[in-house]
Design a protein around this ligand. Structure first.
Ligand code: PA5
Length: 443
């Protein structure tokens, strides 16, 4: 079986191997903190062994629930935000047909509650008006405003379309075992539920029912996804594979050398949302105490025609991490054209992927020459197995990296600030003092 590889040669224009290696003791100690639970935020380490410790019975239950939703519905709306949204979206987009976004016997999975866009929600309602739809509502806390609004609206619509009893069969809730408004509602209504374990934080929850149920509904093999993750887990934790450690060491060496922004680069548009998931994982885990690499992302070659100029010649505060997918699934060759008016006959007969790979290599060389250190992550294929491995790789590296940075990678105190102000402005009961304070600020 081929493996995910991390290639660091392209960063040596900025940091030396010795500088990267100097961080190894900190990295090794960070990894052991993840394993033995002695670091900050150690009550949120449930994700570390999730791939190997998830019972087969739970995966079977998720698959059976997905099959039932597929039988009852043509479309399922997964409602959630942040960690309760991005993992499923990332995997479904990465594995899906670009124009159908689902395959096998899966059905369309749409997303809601990841924004408060009135037009988005109204258009979704309109789209669902003549569809057989179901809902997976996901919220660990069970109290997050965005998904709560979307669920209230879509639940009402579903009940109107199919009646209260049938709606109950088509709604699945994923939330805390005991606490929160969603748990109370699910218990009252008798919805099928799955639990998000207390010790698994939102952005580390894709390999729990949070990500697995929508992914299974869309028709993908969650057992293969978990197998890929489990193999990466075992290899990372027992030291056989140091890919996650190497990535964590290298990005921290670059950060200490003044590279404050990491751009995750893909050359496969299906990875757009994988980068969104990665941005949340690293942004929420590391951006605290006025520290942390800013995680950004580009989709190439699309963004070479927009951000490419900045990356090539802008401020030298960035480094790139390229996810390079070795093979594409399909084979499509550029046709020969007698008239050759577009001048493309020099690449006639070549696969599109060959051209893409040359664009990737050419860009990497140009960026390295332009002073942008370049880390390379080689992914053998876009499959359930390798996506599972890649997810675990990034999660483990994130935990290690956060500890090297000396922050608690598993909390997110900063996300409360906007909520407090929003509640104050909306005059939520219990926020009277905040309402007064924010009005004074605005006057
Ligand atoms: O990573 C996190 O913890 C957050 O991004 C949450 O996932 C997000 O805020 C959604 O929270 P909840 O699942 O409680 O609705």
């Amino acid at each position: 079986m081929e493996k995910i590889q991390v290639v660091t040669k392209g960063v040596l224009n900025c940091v030396s191997n010795a500088e990267i290696e100097a961080l190894r003791p900190e990295g090794v100690s960070a990894l052991s903190k993840l394993v033995d639970g002695t670091g900050a935020g150690n009550d949120f380490l449930g994700w570390v062994k999730l791939p190997t410790e998830t019972p087969a019975a739970l995966l079977n239950d998720i698959n059976a629930t997905a099959a039932q939703l597929r039988e009852l519905c043509d479309v399922v709306v997964a409602i959630g935000i942040g960690g309760s949204y991005l993992g499923a979206k990332a995997v479904i987009e990465a594995l899906g047909n670009s124009f159908a976004a689902y395959k096998n016997d899966g059905i369309k999975v749409l997303f809601a509650g990841q924004n408060i866009g009135e037009d988005y929600t109204a258009e979704l309602q309109e789209y669902l008006a003549d569809k057989k739809f179901g809902i997976i509502v996901i919220s660990k806390s069970g109290t997050t405003t965005e998904p709560a609004i979307a669920f209230r609206i879509l639940k009402e619509q579903l009940e109107k379309q199919v009646g209260h009893e049938e709606a109950k069969r088509r709604i699945v809730a994923i939330t805390d075992e005991k606490r929160g408004a969603l748990r109370s509602l699910a218990n009252t209504e008798g919805y099928k539920t799955f639990v998000i374990a207390d010790n698994v934080g939102g952005r580390f929850s894709v390999l729990s029912p949070v990500g697995l149920l929508p992914i299974a509904v869309a028709g993908y093999d969650i057992k293969e996804l978990m197998k890929g993750a489990a193999d990466m887990q075992k290899a990372t934790l027992d030291g056989q594979c140091d890919a996650a450690l190497t990535y964590a060491l290298t990005r921290n060496a670059l950060y200490r050398a003044g590279k404050k922004i990491e751009i995750l680069v893909n050359y496969n548009p299906k990875l757009h949302f994988f980068a969104e998931w990665w941005k949340q994982l690293y942004g929420e885990s590391e951006g605290k105490e006025n520290k942390g690499i800013f995680p950004a992302a580009v989709d190439n070659t699309t963004d070479l025609h927009s951000m490419g100029q900045w990356i090539q010649e802008g401020e030298r505060s960035i480094f790139e991490t390229v996810i390079s997918v070795a093979k594409s699934d399909r084979e499509l060759r550029i046709p020969f054209d007698e008239a050759n008016l577009d001048g493309l006959n020099y690449i006639a007969g070549k696969r599109i992927d060959e051209v893409n790979k040359m664009a990737e290599l050419g860009t990497r060389i140009a960026h390295i020459d332009g002073g942008v250190p370049n880390l390379l992550i080689e992914l053998p294929a876009l499959s359930e197995y390798y996506l599972g491995s890649l997810i675990y790789f990034f999660e483990a590296a994130c935990g290690i990296s956060g500890y090297i940075l000396d922050v608690n990678p598993f909390n997110q105190p900063g996300v409360e600030a906007y909520k407090r102000n929003m509640f104050a402005l909306l005059e939520k009961p219990g926020y009277e003092k905040e309402t007064e304070a924010i009005r004074a600020k605005l006057s």
